[in-house]
Design a protein around this ligand. Structure first.
Ligand SMILES: *Cc1c(COP(=O)(O)O)cnc(C)c1O
Length: 354
């Protein structure tokens, strides 16, 4: 009996099959523990190499940081760092309304007050709303480079100016987009090349094709990373967890080195080709996206959304209903035949239930 299904017909997930190079490295290092760097010093070196490659994709090859368990840990830790650096008695952070739920968790864990800024008509954060919400107790402004629901990129350079004027940290949540945007033909300004960006969350276990759990938290300045330091009995720890698997680090480095910039560019190009194909075909029967996709995320407007989603599910598709739209993520496990089959099913469903 096969208990676990694979990713066939899965259009709801930001994860995918890990690359075989990642799987091999993961298995080879399954016993290693980065929580004890004295026991596994070579793992710490592999982690620095993985962070350097991620940093090079994100405009700072000398960035520092560590491999986390995912975007949630990266975001919580970035907020924790900004709170420790800020030192205000009642710190707050300003996030877009489109922010991931991990910032709500960060509020609970760190005690910072989360203020939500409005979105504009493009569903990116409205910078004037952010300006209204910041004050002298703002520890961090958060920008999203690829929102979870729509894949929209916030105006990071404008947010960076607000953050600098307020003396606040600017954290960019690029958990998904961090391994998509660098490889697109159209260039977006969202990374360490933007003056004022202090930290970035980027998830190798999403478009990086590493094994789960593999997240990344990068800082431009070592002193910002050092804010997370706690003394252990034998060294200094900057991670959230103590014991943490070196397998994720080995897997991430292996796939980063195996694919390299050109390899990821090819993966992203194919995902974007299929994303655009999906949008074009759906337009033929009057189904349109909420926003023109920037990344390999499509959110379709549908009048009978819940019913359509149920009918798609009955045909074996895994889709998400998010923000009042049918949201699809076209990951590397999706091929052209699958997209065409999906569009045919959607056409039939919409025809009987317009
Ligand atoms: C996926 C995602 C997260 C959370 O990452 P996990 O690895 O699931 O913890 C955070 N922010 C954004 C923008 C994401 O897309």
């Amino acid at each position: 009996m096969r208990l676990n299904r694979g990713y066939e017909r899965v259009l709801s997930s930001m994860c995918t099959y890990p690359h075989p190079a990642a799987v091999r490295a993961h298995i080879d290092h399954i016993h290693t523990n980065l929580g004890d760097p004295n026991l596994f010093p070579e793992m710490a070196a592999l982690e620095r190499r993985a962070i350097a490659i991620l940093g090079s994709f994100l405009g700072a090859a000398d960035a520092v940081g560590y491999i986390t368990s995912g975007g949630t840990e990266s975001n919580i830790q970035a907020i924790r760092a900004s709170k420790l650096i800020c030192g205000a008695r009642k710190p707050n952070i300003v996030v877009p309304e489109s922010a991931h739920q991990s910032f709500e968790k960060a509020q609970d864990f760190t005690g910072v007050e989360v203020r939500q800024a409005r979105l504009d008509e493009r569903y990116a954060v409205d910078v004037s709303s952010v300006e209204e919400l910041v004050d002298e107790n703002t520890a961090c402004v958060v920008g999203i480079a690829g929102s979870t629901a729509l894949g929209v990129v916030d105006p990071i350079p404008a947010l960076a100016r607000v953050a600098c004027d307020t003396d606040a940290f600017l954290h960019v949540d690029a958990a998904f987009g961090g391994l998509v945007l660098p490889f697109l033909e159209k260039k977006y300004r969202f990374d360490f090349r933007v003056e004022g960006v202090r930290s970035i969350a980027v998830d190798p276990h999403k478009m990086g094709m590493s094994t789960i759990p593999s997240g990344g938290l990068l800082f431009k300045e070592p002193t910002d990373f050092d804010a997370l330091s706690t003394n252990t009995f034998y060294s200094v720890e900057r991670s959230m967890t103590g014991t943490r698997g070196g397998a994720s680090v080995a897997a991430t480095l292996a796939v980063l080195e195996h694919l390299g910039f050109d390899g990821y560019r090819d993966v992203v190009r194919e995902c974007m080709r299929l994303t655009n194909l999906c949008v074009e075909r759906a337009a033929e029967f009057g189904v349109y996206p909420v926003v023109t996709p920037v990344m390999n995320i499509v959110a379709f407007k549908l009048p009978n959304l819940q019913r359509v989603a149920l009918r798609l599910t009955a045909r074996g598709w895994r889709v998400s209903v998010m923000g009042g739209a049918l949201r699809l993520v076209i990951m590397p496990h999706i091929d052209e035949a699958t997209i065409l089959q999906f569009v045919d099913d959607l056409r039939e469903i919409v025809k009987v239930d317009p």
